[in-house]
Design a protein around this ligand. Sequence first.
Ligand code: GLA
Length: 400
Amino acid sequence: MNNKRLKTPIIALAFCLFAACGGGGGGGGTSGGKNSNPNLPPAPSLPDPSSAPALKTVFAPYFKIGAAVELNQIDPSTDPADVALLKKHYSSMTAANALKADTIGVGPGQYNFTPADDLIAFAQSNGIAVRAHTLVWHVTSPTWFFTPDPADLDKTDPAAYRAQVRQRLKTYITDVVTHFKGKVYAWDVVNEVANNTADSVYRTDSPWYQAYSAGGADGTEYIEDAFRFAHDADPDVKLFLNDFGTEWPDKRKNVLAIVQDLINKGVPINGVGHQIHSNIFLQASDVDAALTAVEQMSSGLINEITELDLSVYNDGSNYGLTGPPIATLSKQAKLYRDLFSIFIKHDASIDAVTTWGISDAQTWLNSFSVIRIDRPLLFDRDGNPKWAFWAIVDPTIVLP
Ligand code: GLA
């Protein structure tokens, strides 16, 4: 963030805005098309995809721009469209699953680094930086971390059981962070450790919290341990607490309370990852407030947007393959535009903005929380730039 003094206002790139340029893209009801009312000007059409600027170039003055990626998306024989998009547009990549403990942590002292190594090799050969996600997440921590040895140790000697789990955490983090030292610029050390509501600060349904609570000990200490072990293994990599819902005031308070506690204890934490899995009804001002709150806590803290996607749904609808009305995609584009203008305003603290996926063809929201076609990202199901893309690369472009 120190090299951001020479900022230029976002470049208003010259694009073909109107129908005369050819309504490329299309796909899933995304084109503007003619207005049926002859008294109104024609609705704008999507610009020609071939005129799309590279996201990484547009946002280079401000922050890295990233996408979460699965292994199939780096293989030109299975997914040439995503490979091309990655190479053209992104300066950062997050392994969607390859660096999680349920992939890497085969057993105590046993690792499967191959998927992550393959992703990192792809990134390196294409000049893409890698942010690593994630060391400690209750959803993807294999049970071997918590299995007492001998089997009743947790009952016979809770303190020894706790020490055993702590040692496994230390060995895992030390070995994994050492393996990727120099190859990744950031680690999400802990993921989703805050409680969602105002009644308590910490998530207590995590097996880490529960194992560390053995014998009445402090269940929250796994968090500071994780940061210290990671820092000891690689003092240069930036260490993050990553969570969803920092845009909700109660959740944000909990996240900030945990960060403040870590800072007070002298724990090496570099910043907060804001997932921002949300939908088109999100208030951009709530994201602004989250970024500001982190900045106000300590001027040294980094903000990263780590998992951005904006579902077109906030209810049980399903637009299917036809896609939502153009007004919905326009609303999404306007929200992306507002968010990116907030990110640019906060660029002194923001190091990277990452979307959770590349195109609408492969997004977790197509199967979560129900199976349906969602369209939360910047590129459509054919890999063409959506209105959301054009809205952020050119704040002056007229949306339909
Ligand atoms: C969470 C996790 C990510 C990913 C997404 C969606 O936010 O942090 O690793 O699993 O959910 O799949």
